[in-house]
Design a binder for this molecule. Structure first.
Ligand code: PMV
Length: 322
């Protein structure tokens, strides 16, 4: 009873930061993302009567906190499928884990996809997206490729496809400015922001308008409008983070310098915009013809340790090889 799956991280252009009360891991705001192609998580799940508990190895290491998080996700799958076997889980990433590169998004969507394949579970993509969301809300979005929406008007939402990656083949440059794991994880950070940031209510009140504007920009393939709303949503989320007590300062000096360079590029006519999650990496979104131009503008910034180019990619899927 083995399943192997691959999923890729997604980058939110309209962000979510904060969860609804009720314990079902539903974001307090709608979000809109793009799924990447070049970064991936591969996960193998093997259920067997021989295991006395779930065993988890991520990037060749075992960690009890991660084991428990994976086991909780498998518990939800066992509950949905009526199966009660424990599993051996092996997972690997081709990029740094827990450093603001959305490893939980690709990780949990690969885990749910591999586990459902191993159990031959009769769960459709919406059900799998919901199961992934229970463990990491952004993982719901990595179930799908291209441009993806996670609206929160339903009580148990699943991510929905907005536009296929082939219909608007944008490119992303991931500027890595640190490979250290972040000091405050997103679940903890969101709780602190909701409880202490004076900006939190304004953030949740205005997110619906950003989501609507971004959705429209994607459907019209309107780069300038998508750039405006994406940068505004990113900076608003970081405004909430910065005003959390104690403050969540995820940026470093290189992060800020990239922001300035990208804004300067756009004012000179290059289609490019930035977005930043709960970490110091900057993702620059552009069009294929401008990838070299953008790379040249940011690669000499002190502190930029790597630039990973990526097209937009597909959703989580079963694969043959681990
Ligand atoms: O779903 P989580 O716990 O991985 O949190 C994701 C939070 C952000 O990446 C900062 C924003 C987003 O919408 O992906």
């Amino acid at each position: 009873m083995e399943g192997i799956a691959q999923a890729q991280p997604n980058i939110a252009l309209v962000k979510y930061w904060g969860k609804q009360r009720g314990g079902n891991n539903v974001p307090s705001t709608p979000s809109l993302s793009i799924t990447l192609d070049a970064l991936w998580t591969r996960t193998r799940v093997e259920f067997s009567g021989a295991h006395a508990r779930d065993l988890v190895v991520i990037n060749d290491k075992s960690d009890e906190a991660q084991r428990q998080r994976v086991a909780r996700c498998l518990d939800n799958i066992r509950q949905s499928t009526g199966r009660d076997l424990y599993a051996m889980v092996e997972s690997k990433n081709n990029f740094p884990t827990g450093a603001g590169l959305a490893s939980s998004a690709s990780g949990f969507s690969a885990l749910v996809t591999a586990a459902c394949a191993a159990l031959d579970a009769d769960l459709d993509r919406d059900q799998r997206s919901r199961l992934a969301r229970m463990s990491s809300a952004s993982a719901a979005r990595s179930m799908l490729g291209g441009f993806v929406a996670l609206d929160v008007t339903e009580t148990d939402p699943a991510a929905r496809a907005l536009l296929d990656q082939r219909d608007w083949p944008l490119e992303v440059l991931v500027a890595v400015t640190s490979t250290n794991a972040k000091s405050v994880g997103s679940t903890q950070g969101m709780l602190q922001s909701a409880a202490t940031s004076a900006f939190y209510a304004a953030w949740t009140d205005s997110a619906g308008d950003d989501f609507t504007a971004a959705r429209r920009a994607v459907l019209r393939r309107d780069f300038q409008s998508l750039a405006d709303v994406s940068e505004a949503s990113c900076l608003k989320m970081h405004g909430v983070m910065l005003t959390t007590k104690p403050a969540l300062v995820y940026w470093n000096g290189a992060t800020v310098e990239i922001i300035h360079r990208v804004r300067a590029l756009r004012s000179q006519g290059t289609p490019a915009f930035f977005t930043i999650d709960a970490g110091p990496q900057v993702k620059v979104v552009t069009e294929a013809a401008f990838v070299d131009n953008v790379r040249q503008a940011i690669e000499d910034i002190p502190g930029v340790v790597d630039i990973v180019p990526s097209a937009l990619g597909a959703g989580a899927r079963v694969v043959d090889e681990f």
